[in-house]
Design a protein. Sequence first.
Lengths: 146, 201
Amino acid sequence: MNTNEHDDRLRSLFQELKSQDLQAAPTFDRLWNAPPRRAQVHFFTTGLRLAMAAAVLILAAAPLAVYQVKTRQAAAEARQWAALANWDAATDVLLTEASTPWEDRVGTSFSSGLDECWPVSITMPENERRAYEQESEAVVAEPCEA
Amino acid sequence: MVREAQRGDGVMDESRLRGQLEQHHAASYGWALSCCAHNPEEAADVLQSAYLKILQGRARFLAGGAHLPDAQGSGGNNQASFKTWLFAVIRRTAAEARRRHWLRRKLLERFAHEQEPAELPPGADQASERGELWKLLRAALERLPGRQREVLHLAFYQDLSLAEAAGVMGVTVGTARTHYERGKAGLRELFKQSGYFNEHQ
């Protein structure tokens, strides 16, 4: 089959298809006078776009809201831990006293009414202690009348 | 429909425009069918949208072909130029509709099976006896690439020249010729497979 015959056969087939198509074709007046269906399409597409925009907003806002809530919870927890770290028990002062040497806590000689005769001080200097002992030996012979 | 005539320099009034559109209505419907994969409802919608677009002045026909900078070979023939322009508007409107319905189509395809190209009806001789060779052609056209299908439709169905077809498709004449030759070869091969051309040689 040469090219022209092929083309002619194709053309006749296309004309057959054309006559079939035109049997079901709407009239010009029907399309011209019909209300546009695009409005429905626009309504559908507008609604769809709004729904998609809302979905996108929700998807974007949800992680933000979760982040906000988690941040607040973390801050509150940190405050609690900080308060716990700064807390002092009322008996802590006892621990402080126990670690102080006894001598430091009792720094003065107690007075028993015999201060002049029996001054007791373990912190008395050596020379004074000797002088005191010498005096005491002397006093032993004549005890204090007071 | 909104009844707004195109006004301004070099454009038609509404009555003339309506007359022209009515004159080309049958051919326009055939072209719209081809652009909409032979879906009659979609073709009617696309055609109505194209008419509306023209009436509202969103698509303007300027005498002399200024509206179609890439239209070639109209030779100053105003009728052919108007038809070429109208077909280009319909083609673009159909492409817009395809894009708009892309999501819906994809969703439908998910529920339906994967769309396979239509099989050629077996037994071309029986189809010929029943006078249904057009079904064979339609099935074969659906298996061709879009550009090849378009140029064959414009050349054989609409009797446009290759230059006019190129103007409608927005391509150069050389490109249109390439699609035309490849499309014819593809159709010939498909018809050979169905046994149609062998029997009629």
